[in-house]
Design a protein around this ligand. Structure first.
Ligand SMILES: Nc1ncnc2c1ncn2[C@@H]1O[C@H](COP(=O)(O)OP(=O)(O)O)[C@@H](O)[C@H]1O
Ligand SMILES: [Mg+2]
Length: 297
């Protein structure tokens, strides 16, 4: 299985260019599409899911021309949109049954068996008679995966599935995603670096409609080898550090900012060199920092 995206562009009628000449080759397994809010992720996901058309470009999935053969693609697509609205009061069981029918699983016995199996798989069988609208965020997302798996799709798209989940719900969701077969193409779009770090062996970063990286998370962090430095500072020292160094991130730990900067040379000043992680990659790519070579000493 391979999804090929070529020269895909989209400008909305309000003038926003959401996608600018995107080229991507995506193989089987979990692929992470990482980008900040407004990057164009949902536009790309909806376009692959045949819910909107691009201005230019083509998409193919193993011989299916996605843009011109919508129905062919939909037969083999599982899609969990970013906004997953459900009618209030409808139970998980009846909603799954309904969606299975829409997917073309019309034989009653077969449908019953498939729905049952999927609800077990996402650990919602015990809650099948509860309204999906009353589910917790994590349960809703697991339901979303169950409906996306109907009809044994070869292409599964999940758009920002972990936003708003608490840490334990997020972990449960990770496990579920990790279990989905290696024989299918799974695209996970997210602004959360941790999602990609934990799950994906291949990834892309997009920002403002542009593809700014494609490769493995491991290679991406190796590219920054020797360039990332960390220091714990006081809050009031922040503005001065931002002036003096190329600060790529700051995180409060017990009330104190831990800052990461990127620098070819040893910046001195109490900084220590640290191994780069995927977050450093994400922020430096977003900032457009490129081609730095560390002076190793
Ligand atoms: N239907 C639309 N009409 C106009 N602008 C849109 C529409 N959908 C998205 N946009 C704009 O396109 C850009 C990309 O949006 P989106 O694809 O939702 O990004 P992401 O999912 O990465 O947050 C944003 O600037 C957004 O405001
Ligand atoms: Mg989005």
């Amino acid at each position: 299985m391979k999804l090929s995206i070529k020269n895909l562009s989209k400008t909305y009628s309000n003038g926003v260019q959401a996608l600018n000449d995107i080229n991507l080759e995506i193989g089987t397994g979990l692929f992470g599409l990482l980008g900040p809010n407004g990057a164009g992720k949902s536009t790309l996901m909806r376009t692959i899911a045949t819910l909107q058309v691009p201005d230019t470009g083509s998409i193919s999935l193993d011989g299916i021309d996605v843009i011109n053969e919508k129905h062919e693609l939909r037969k083999t697509l599982g899609y969990l949109p970013q906004e997953f609205g459900v009618y209030p009061g409808v139970t998980a069981l009846s909603l799954m049954n309904h969606m299975a029918t829409l997917k073309g699983i019309t034989a009653r016995g077969e449908r019953k068996q498939i729905v049952e199996e999927l609800l077990h798989r996402v650990n919602l069988w015990d809650f099948r008679k509860k309204a999906v609208s009353a589910y917790s965020g994590g349960m809703k997302q697991r339901f979303g995966i169950a409906q996306a798996l109907l009809g044994q799709p070869k292409l599964i798209i999940v758009d920002e599935p972990t936003a708003g989940l608490d840490p334990s719900e997020r972990n449960r969701f990770y496990n579920l995603l990790a279990e989905i077969g290696e024989q299918v193409v799974v695209i996970l779009s997210t602004h959360i670096v941790q999602d990609v770090k934990q799950l994906c062996s291949d990834m892309a970063i997009i920002n403002k409609g542009n593809l700014i990286y494609q490769g493995s998370p491991v290679n991406a962090t190796e590219d920054l080898h020797g360039l990332i430095w960390e220091k714990v500072i006081e809050k009031h020292e922040m503005p001065q550090h931002e002036k003096e160094f190329q600060v790529i991130s700051s995180k409060l730990v017990s009330g104190k900012p831990h800052i990461h900067i990127i620098s070819e040379k040893n910046p001195g000043n109490g900084f220590t060199r640290i191994p780069a992680d995927l977050e450093d990659v994400f922020f430096t790519k977003i900032m457009g920092v490129e081609n730095l070579v560390p002076v190793l000493s």
